[in-house]
Design a protein around this ligand. Structure first.
Ligand SMILES: Cc1ncc(COP(=O)(O)OP(=O)(O)O)c(N)n1
Ligand SMILES: Cc1nc(C(=O)O)sc1CCOP(=O)(O)O
Length: 210
């Protein structure tokens, strides 16, 4: 991971959007609010559309100076020249992903509510570990809950940036940051906001010291 990639702030994660123009327009608005990272996640698009969308986001993110992370799909990340990949339980071996990506790309893993997954991720060379769901998520209602306490525990033990996801809103995000989250990963509260740029900027302000 390069020095210029700060893993602290809003981690904006795209919604399941199959209208390419709408996805790009929404992402451009969110990028105007300067998130730390943008993750391309789309569970509805087929492979060809995922390539098109990821390539479009690649250009947008490059212009905005915001790293693009691809969810689930190392091959797609390599194909479009993304800045990194995020892997869950069924998305491949993080150590193999690190070897394929090299040291200059960002690698993150979902740890759910399981500190042992975070330890394994650290051993595999990940750049951040993610825990969730912090709150019930209407985007992913099946996500089981994770306690806030894991955030501080993982940070203290592993010395890695910690991401928090699931049901985070502007109203509850400060408590998650106070519990130790370096990255606040959000889909609905940012992308479905009346003004996504302003909402993203409001999250950014949570990380600015007074
Ligand atoms: C930052 C971040 N954390 C967690 C997830 C969830 O990843 P995963 O467990 O692979 O689930 P899906 O996103 O594939 O539904 C994430 N995407 N990003
Ligand atoms: C993709 C995802 N993973 C989760 C987990 O807990 O692992 S919760 C989630 C959905 C996050 O969307 P929203 O910000 O709209 O709640």
């Amino acid at each position: 991971m390069s020095e210029s990639m700060a893993l602290r702030g809003l981690y904006a994660v795209t919604p399941d959007e199959t209208d390419d123009e709408r996805l790009v327009a929404l992402a451009a608005q969110v990028l105007a609010g300067r998130p730390a990272l943008l993750q391309y996640r789309n569970k509805l698009a087929a492979a060809a559309q995922r390539r098109t969308q990821a390539a479009a986001l690649r250009e947008l993110c490059r212009a905005a100076g915001v790293p693009l992370i691809i969810n689930d799909d190392l091959a797609l990340a390599l194909e479009v020249g993304a800045d990194g990949v995020h892997l869950g339980r069924d998305d491949g071996d993080p150590a193999a992903a690190r070897r394929a990506l090299g040291s200059g790309c960002i690698l993150g893993v979902t740890c759910y509510a399981d500190l042992s997954r975070a330890r394994a991720g650290a051993a595999a060379g990940v750049d951040y570990v993610a825990f969730g769901a912090m709150f019930p998520s209407s985007t992913k209602p099946s996500a089981p809950p994770a306690p806030f306490s894991l955030l501080g525990q993982a940070k203290a033990e592993l010395g890695l940036p910690v991401a928090a996801i699931g049901g985070i809103t502007l109203g509850n995000a400060a408590a998650v940051v106070a519990a130790g989250a370096d990255l606040i990963a959000v889909i609905g509260d940012v992308f479905a906001a009346p003004d996504p740029a302003a909402r993203a900027a409001a999250y950014r302000a949570l990380f600015v010291s007074p």
